[in-house]
Design a protein around this ligand. Sequence first.
Ligand code: SF4
Length: 438
Amino acid sequence: MAVRLQASGLVESLMSEAEVVVVNTCSVTAEADREARAYIRRAHRLNPSARIVVTGCYAQRAPEELAVLEGVAAVVGNSHKAFAPEIALSLAANSTSEPSIVPLHSLVNSGTQIWADDSFAHSFLERAQVVPGVDPGSQTRPNLKIQEGCGNRCTFCVIPQTRGHSRSLSEESVLKQVRGFVETGGNELVFSGINLGRWGRDLEAKPTLAALVRAILAETSLPRLRLSSIEPMDWDAELIALFRDFAPTRLARHAHLPLQSGSDAVLRRMHRRYRPWHYVEKVAALVAVCGDELTLGADVMIGFPGETDAEFAETYEMIRALPFGYLHLFPFSPRPGTRAWDMHRQAPVPPKVVDERMKALRELAREKTRAHRRAMLGRTLDAITLHTPTELAARNKTTALTQNFLPVEIEGSIEANRLVCVCAEEFAEDFALRAVVK
Ligand code: SF4
């Protein structure tokens, strides 16, 4: 959106001075909704004359809820996100341009215009060329979103409603993006998607993600590719074999498999497509190819409706037994319109119990992270330098990320986006590793 608005002649400015403010929202939890509303209110308070355009998942899920907030001039759901830049442009002061698509409806009192339906005919995947960020704060290792939407129906998840069915960026477009990224000096690219492992299923020839990755690593000179979250059952033998052929230098030894729960009964209630033993098998296959250098990550949901002490204990034990390098822990958040919303009404887990379980897993996650990183001390690992925070740079240090997703602090000052080999020597703060360049 930013690239397209800049190409139309708009310039970025402070929120307090901007004519138009675009707010891209998340709606994955009730907390995300609350933060989005608070942000919009703050934007209006700081700059009452700004015309606010709200887009993203919350705008798709409940457009009227956002349209009534003061200062909001337009609500553009994900279904019409491709039009968000031209809608924003039309709202700039002295603009004579009109969006090429009429709003689906307007609020009677405020005139706020709404574009959102469930066809997703006007949502889009990345069109602007992805480049390595050169400014401090920008992404040295950007994401290239190659897949959007999801056809699964996990009972807790609002994403299929807010992002629609699964769609893939064509192989040709992915290759073009990767070549463009390499030409602009990019060194590490992250493939992302809402359900990345489903990439290609909607395309005519039904190519697989593994075949796409193999083609990219064979046909381009991309120095390093990282795969973001992939559902457990999509880690098939073809995909896992890529680590044997391209890791660690060109394919990062990093696998994120959402777990959510280690209890078979809870996974069934969640409508997840795997059982705990499937998950264990996939991890074993990954470790067999990557060794202990693999950094394994997972999302875990705590307090799903009806989660008993025994079911939580199964999750805890499973996590304890597997070689996780990090965990993303989330308390269950009931989302309107999902099946788990009703389950939560019938069998909520008390907040105090959720807090206790979160605390126990947080401690376990810290132990796992520390143990995994301790095992890396003394090893030489490929890494990429990042934009170093000012305070650390003042101490003559550089931040970097190893191919296997470990944050490191390097002695000395090195500019961002350099590929280096580091040897981790000791722990710094927050379990980051102190390393020297080899
Ligand atoms: S696979 Fe992921 S995005 Fe799809 S419904 Fe389940 S949790 Fe949501």
